[in-house]
Design a protein around this ligand. Structure first.
Ligand SMILES: *Cc1c(COP(=O)(O)O)cnc(C)c1O
Length: 348
């Protein structure tokens, strides 16, 4: 790799220079008879001790599950944390910008906005596909990062892997590929190909297939040099003890996740079929995720009707290319049946 291709050259100079906070548990992390180094309360609450700042036990399990080295893993407070940290590591406020597809997940733009980093939105095609040439043509000299999301939210479809590769190869800076819904997609994750692309950052989460949105745990996978930068600038104890314990417990039972995913895929199919037979439904978009994007006649009216029935879905009508569209998460069988039953009672 040439010097200018080295990704750490894309990191903000102030971040490269930064000397990170050194916690007591960074200086000494082994076992000991007595810990008197962190001003903790010695009485067993049982949360009196600070958590492991590097989440070693948790990463050991994720190494086995994902077949990546621990140095290639960053764990954070949901995916929200690595999204924010990536922008802060690479983008100079008021100067640089990031590129995102339109429509896509809203958090990339919010995180950029909070950091006073510009956002360039590049529309997807009419059937929500990525055109690499269109995206790359929108890059400016100030562009420091590209966000891709596959399967995409709120459209539900996985992006063409060939187009994803073109973006990763065509842009020398970091390309973030958000795979929050990858467990529900027939196609493969890019994770096994991480070593092929030194500028690729993959995001996954415990919030969807793993059923742990409440514990706030997100994963970023990338070249160890990028991971080291994120680790350097994170809050020292960013993943608390309760979260680490709950994740370890769930990871001990990966079979349960597989069963949930299988059940949700079955339900997704049933729900899509039932929805497409309703007179107020104009289109049910094909989904590779655990939700459906559904175009209806008068989305606001349908949304408000459902709310009156005690059912909350997401009205995405205000989103680019998603006019008159509702995003409906796939629930349990009885929940999905109730939505259909209520929609059958709806009169236009
Ligand atoms: C739900 C979702 C996430 C998960 O975010 P967390 O902060 O990990 O809960 C990430 N990306 C996308 C596109 C999502 O829809």
């Amino acid at each position: 790799m040439s010097a200018e291709m080295k990704l750490t050259n894309w990191v903000r100079a102030s971040i490269l220079r930064l000397k990170p906070y050194s916690s007591a548990r960074d200086e000494y992390s082994g076992d000991a008879l007595v810990f008197l180094d962190a001003n903790e309360n010695p009485f067993d609450s049982p949360y009196n001790r600070y958590p492991d700042p590097l989440q070693r036990k948790l990463k050991e399990r994720i190494v086995v599950l994902k077949q990546v080295s621990p140095e290639a893993i960053f764990l954070g407070n949901g995916s929200d944390e690595p999204i924010d940290l990536l922008i802060r590591a690479f983008c100079e406020p008021a100067i640089h910008n990031v590129l995102r597809m339109d429509p896509t997940y809203g958090m990339y733009e919010v995180a950029a906005g909070v950091n006073n980093v510009g956002v360039i939105r590049v529309p997807l095609t009419g059937d929500y596909q990525l055109k690499a040439s269109r995206l790359l043509a929108a890059v400016t000299p100030e562009t420091r990062m590209i966000f891709l999301c596959s399967p995409n939210n709120p459209t539900g479809n996985a992006l063409d892997p060939g187009e994803i590769v073109k973006v990763i190869r065509g842009f020398p800076g970091p390309v973030v590929l958000d795979e929050a819904y990858i467990d529900f997609a027939p196609g493969r994750s890019f994770l096994p190909r991480l070593a092929e692309f030194p500028n690729l950052v993959i995001l996954q989460t415990f919030s969807k297939a793993w059923g742990m949105a409440g514990i706030r745990l997100g994963m970023a996978f990338a070249d160890p040099e990028i991971i080291a930068v994120l680790t350097k600038i994170k809050y020292p104890y960013n993943v608390n003890i309760l979260t680490q314990q709950a994740a370890l417990a769930q990871l001990a039972n990966p079979q349960e996740k597989e069963e949930w995913v299988a059940a949700l895929l079955k339900e997704r199919k049933k729900l899509a079929t039932a929805l497409s037979q309703l007179p107020q439904v104009e289109k049910v978009w094909p989904s590779d995720a655990n939700f459906l994007l559904v175009k209806v006649k008068n989305a606001r009216k349908v949304y408000e009707f459902l709310v009156r029935q005690g059912i909350v879905v997401r009205d995405r009508s205000g989103v680019t290319l998603c006019g008159e569209s509702l995003r409906i998460s796939v629930g349990k069988a009885e929940e999905n049946e109730l939505v259909i039953e209520k929609l059958q009672q709806y009169s236009m």
